[in-house]
Design a protein around this ligand. Structure first.
Ligand SMILES: [Zn+2]
Length: 228
């Protein structure tokens, strides 16, 4: 029994980093456009276009919690909400691993009714978090790997200075709105994400909500594997 445990441990330690010759769509190239967030100017900066062989994708260019998702366009799948019951919502992209779950959730929310999706942002490559060097953020957001969605940003803002136990209108009033529009389920019940709503239930089946993460940020528009 113990020998088996050791064998598994040694195998895990010796296993090489994830590598692949081709992207999810079969391409041998990896292309993406990226930027770094300029903290003082509160704007994107240092834009860069990358086009390289897929086999040269580095560990840094892969999602640390799911290396099959990367910053490459070729690992993303285009989702068309208009084919899922949302005729006026624009297309977006997510990592191929999540495409089926996301499609199913959008269909469920459309079928149940009660919630109105205005817009969705998925894959968007950029270094928008982590340590700041020369005024620029240095770490990828989860959107960079297609592993997160923002839904109705103009009604579900990202709040900082917000270490509250549970989100409510009263609790968020003391927080600082940093991105997007104010969260107000009383004024805008159809477009605001809440824990007792159908949209939350549909996405919470496979992802976590940025409204319930630990720490001082409440990202009300955001769903991802970790919620961050
Ligand atoms: Zn987000």
């Amino acid at each position: 029994m113990q020998r088996a445990v050791w064998a598994i441990l040694l195998f895990a330690l010796a296993a090489p980093a994830y590598a692949a010759e081709t992207a999810a769509n079969g391409s041998t190239r990896c292309t993406y456009a990226t930027y770094q967030w300029d903290v003082a100017r509160r704007a994107p900066s240092h834009g860069q276009a990358v086009d390289k062989p897929y086999k040269e994708v580095t560990a840094d260019e892969r999602d640390p919690s799911e290396p099959r998702c990367s910053v490459c366009r070729e690992d993303q799948v285009r989702i068309e909400p208009k084919t899922l019951g949302w005729p006026s919502v624009g297309a977006f992209q997510v990592c191929h691993l999540y495409a089926e779950d996301v499609r199913a959730a959008l269909k469920t929310v459309a079928r149940e009714g009660g919630f109105r999706i205005v817009d969705i942002t998925g894959y968007r490559v950029g270094r928008t978090r982590g340590a700041i060097v020369d005024g620029l953020r240095t770490e990828w957001s989860n959107h960079s790997f297609g592993a997160a969605l923002d839904i109705n940003a103009s009604h579900n803002g990202l709040y900082g200075s917000c270490n509250v136990a549970t989100v409510s209108r009263e609790a968020l009033a003391g927080c600082k709105l940093r991105v997007g529009g104010a969260w107000d389920p009383v004024k805008r019940p159809q477009t605001t994400i809440t824990k007792d709503g159908g949209l939350y239930r549909a996405f919470r089946r496979f992802w976590k909500w940025g409204g319930e993460i630990a720490g001082g940020t409440r990202d009300m528009m955001h769903f991802s594997v970790t919620g961050y």
